[in-house]
Design a protein around this ligand. Structure first.
Ligand SMILES: [Zn+2]
Length: 81
């Protein structure tokens, strides 16, 4: 569970705003819900599939795969562009 201080907003590749937040998958607990209410994370639901986006833009609702996971996705041959 990330704390608020560990959450870094990312630049959205779609609209260019620095409003990209991590998408958290799994059953949201109270802490996850609190972060989501503050717009610090997006909740992706509890069904986890391969190649799901892990970033969501709170401005335009674009979702994408970023960060460490995109390296992993490229390693298994999934193009994330
Ligand atoms: Zn955006």
């Amino acid at each position: 569970m990330p704390t608020i201080n560990q959450i870094t907003k990312r630049t959205c590749p779609e609209c260019g705003e620095r409003t990209g937040v991590p998408i958290l998958y799994g059953m949201p607990g109270p802490a996850m819900q609190l972060l989501a209410d503050r717009g610090l994370v997006a909740l992706g639901g509890c069904v986890v599939m391969p190649a799901q986006p892990n970033r969501a833009c709170t401005s335009c609702e674009h979702t994408w795969i970023g960060g460490v996971r995109s390296v992993a996705m490229r390693a298994i041959g999934a193009d994330t562009k």
